[in-house]
Design a protein around this ligand. Structure first.
Ligand code: ADP
Length: 439
């Protein structure tokens, strides 16, 4: 029998007894009322005991009860027991999480939805100078005030990490990442990358120094070879072919050294806003087209230029020239005789775009992601033969990054390639058409 049915039976029996007594003493109504009052009183007493028990969180064992109340006390007791066990388990997990995060070598800070600090580990105290005793509850931007960090925090796009000096020491470089989780909470993780940065700098310095050291001897050798070549119609007749080859190779070495120097300069120098100027891209493309025509003269290419005459760019003139010329000269070099090369310069609602489309040899799809790596060539022999350094597209990528622009490449083997530079709308300069025509 269920506890409720039992309770109903109990009430029926009580009322039955009261009726019998009432009948015997001829006070039926009074006896029934007294029985009901006793029954109600018993319930009120048990409700009072329940409330008292629930109000005392420390008191674990339930009061003794009878009837339906024994059942109610027992069920609540079991629920409480289950909850306590669950809480204990949760507390154990939290302690374990805190212990493991505290032991992590990376600085870890838990931020709430208002960017206030909720928790920091030991590494965060050392690397970011945060003190749990006084910084918990503080807005993170009050304690990490580097402009680049504030920008990163407010941008709310955390797909790429940020590199910045530590708030504790200028010489310490941090790689900071914010990871959203839970309900608008965020985890800030900072890793010390000072050593990696130093090694990168050493590598850059090494390449830059070695290129500088090689430049002068190469210029001297090239100069001597050139003057020796003047003598091939005389005493150096037998050396004609060898000198030709030596000259070509020394010119190639000079090109490699110059490209390496350009790359190290791009890597080492931040682009200063003052270096930027209005670049009249249409006139630059017109002269580039002439140069490309001269370069591929014997290949009889058709060179087309479709250009918005009013569209200019805000950037560094010689760097942009380097990007455009690298792409155009590549198109000339990798397009066989009689092919067509089309240069396009236009704008749409996403920004300005420079496009070089050729009908050349194309690039197999598996090589496309690696094209901008240094010294990567699809066909090393062919690239060397036509005087390539393997550094052109690496330079293009670097310069475009400095101009907040991106390179896209589409290609089909034996059908041709299209290289597209996407410039942001903020870099666009528009000027009246007359000034372009004059140029
Ligand atoms: P390289 O000096 O060898 O041309 P780049 O960095 O300019 O070096 O280009 C890297 C490689 O990309 C080239 O060696 C070539 O294999 C490939 N490539 C670049 N442009 C084109 C193009 N327009 N058509 C086909 N292949 C190209």
């Amino acid at each position: 029998m269920s506890p409720l049915s039992k309770e109903i039976w109990r009430l029926i029996v009580l009322l039955g007894l009261a009726s019998v007594i009432g009948f015997v003493i001829s006070e039926l109504l009074a006896c029934l009322l007294i029985a009901l009052a006793i029954y109600l009183g018993w319930h009120i007493y048990n409700i009072h005991r329940l409330a008292k028990w629930l109000n005392k969180p420390g008191k674990f064992h339930p009061p003794e009860g009878q009837g339906i109340w024994a059942e109610i006390f027992d069920r609540i007791y079991h629920l409480q027991k289950k909850n306590r066990n669950r809480k204990k388990k949760l507390a154990k997990y939290i302690t374990r999480f805190k212990e493991s995060t505290a032991a992590m070598p990376d600085a870890t800070v838990v931020l709430n939805q208002y960017d206030q600090i909720e928790w920091v580990n030991k590494a965060a105290q050392d690397a970011l100078g945060l003190q749990p005793s006084k910084d918990i509850g503080q807005h993170i931007s009050n304690l990490m005030r580097h402009p680049r960090f504030l920008n990163y925090l407010n941008r709310r796009d955390y797909s790429t990490p940020l590199e910045m000096p530590s708030p504790v020491s200028e010489h310490q470089q941090l790689n900071v990442r914010i990871i959203p989780y839970g309900q608008n909470q965020r985890l800030l993780i900072a890793r010390d990358v000072t050593r990696i940065k130093q090694l990168e700098q050493m590598r850059r310095d090494f390449v830059s120094n070695i290129s500088h050291e090689l430049r002068t001897p190469l210029t001297v050798i090239h100069g001597y070879l050139e003057s020796m070549q003047d003598e091939v119609d005389g005493p150096l007749d037998e050396w004609r072919d060898n000198l030709d080859m030596m000259l070509r190779q020394s010119a190639r070495m000079q090109n490699i050294v110059n490209d390496l120097l350009m790359l190290s300069r791009l890597e080492n120098e931040e682009l200063k806003p003052a270096a930027r100027e209005e670049v009249p891209v249409p006139s630059l493309l017109h002269s580039l087209r002439e140069e490309a025509q001269a370069l591929g003269n014997e290949k009889r290419h058709t060179l087309k230029l479709e250009c918005d005459p009013e569209l200019g760019l805000f950037g560094v003139h010689n760097e942009l020239y380097s990007v455009f010329s690298n792409l155009v000269f590549n198109a000339v070099r990798y397009t066989p005789d009689g092919g067509t090369i089309t240069l396009r310069w236009y704008r749409d609602d996403r920004g300005a775009h420079f496009e070089v489309q050729d009908t050349g040899i194309g690039i197999p799809p598996q090589h496309l992601p690696r094209l901008t790596e240094r010294f990567f060539r699809v066909d090393v022999g062919r690239s060397r033969e036509i005087g390539g350094t393997g550094l052109g597209l690496a330079i293009v990528k670097h310069i475009l990054e400095r101009h907040q622009a991106k390179l896209r490449i589409k290609s089909q083997v034996n059908r041709g390639s299209t290289f597209i530079c996407d410039f942001p709308a903020e870099s666009i300069v528009t000027y009246p058409q007359q000034s372009v025509i004059k140029l």
